[in-house]
Design a protein around this ligand. Structure first.
Ligand SMILES: [Zn+2]
Length: 233
């Protein structure tokens, strides 16, 4: 607890948000950096050890809330949640799960933008641990190499499977694509619904959050218009 308070205080000081409570900061969805904040020893434990520990701890949360863990419907929940966290919804925290990406020569000599649009993803808000559901649109212009289309999808899914904030998700996808494709000419647009906004808190069911990254030649009004045109089709 002490450690968390220290971290929060540092964050508050750095962001100049002194005077705000942890609750208020949580609902403001502060974004502290490109990298997902992780400890240096994050992967000392094996996945099996993590699942075992999470199951115990999640069982304790349920127990504290007064749920009867001997009930047939509930007794398997701690293990199910632990398995789901490590193997599915937070599997993108582990670099070992990063998709292997092969590049191919641009044999077609296709030199215009390629847009992979409406990539559905499910992520989770790192401030509330409830879902973020959205669509990602990813575009790039080949610098000589091309990537398999399904790999664009897999890169989006990999970064979505972390506790996230939408700004970081957008930038992590963009930075990785730039490194993989060896080009600045990458664009990422994310349009998502945050359940922490729609199902609780302010309870706004109609709003959506849109974030974008326009790198290289995409950062011009003509390219942005061209990309928007593809997305509106
Ligand atoms: Zn949230």
């Amino acid at each position: 607890m002490k450690h968390q308070e220290t971290m929060l205080n540092t964050l508050v000081k750095e962001s100049g948000l002194i005077g705000f409570s942890e609750d208020e900061i949580g609902d403001d969805h502060i974004y502290t950096g490109l990298e997902t904040p992780m400890r240096a020893d994050a992967f000392k434990m094996t996945d099996d050890e993590k699942k075992e520990k999470i199951a115990v701890l999640f069982g304790q949360i349920m127990d504290v809330m007064g749920l009867d863990l001997t009930d047939d419907s509930l007794k398997g929940t701690p293990n199910r949640v632990a398995k789901m966290y490590i193997e599915e919804i937070f599997s993108g925290l582990n670099p070992a799960n990063k998709p292997k990406v092969a590049l191919f020569d641009n044999k077609y000599q296709y030199n215009q933008m390629l847009v992979e649009k409406n990539i559905t993803f499910y992520s989770n808000c790192e401030h509330h641990f409830v879902p973020i559901i959205g669509k990602a649109h990813v575009a790039y212009i080949s610098s000589g190499k091309v990537i398999g289309l399904s790999k664009l999808n897999r890169i989006v899914q990999y970064y979505a499977k972390r506790p996230q904030v939408q700004e970081r998700l957008t930038n992590q996808i963009a930075e990785d694509l730039k490194a993989i494709l060896n080009t600045e000419d990458v664009a990422v647009i994310i349009d998502a619904k945050h359940l922490c906004v729609s199902s609780r808190g302010i309870k706004d069911d109609t709003s959506a959050t849109v974030t974008s990254y326009y790198g290289g030649v995409f950062n011009t009004s003509t390219k942005i218009a061209e990309l928007q045109n593809y997305l509106n089709q």
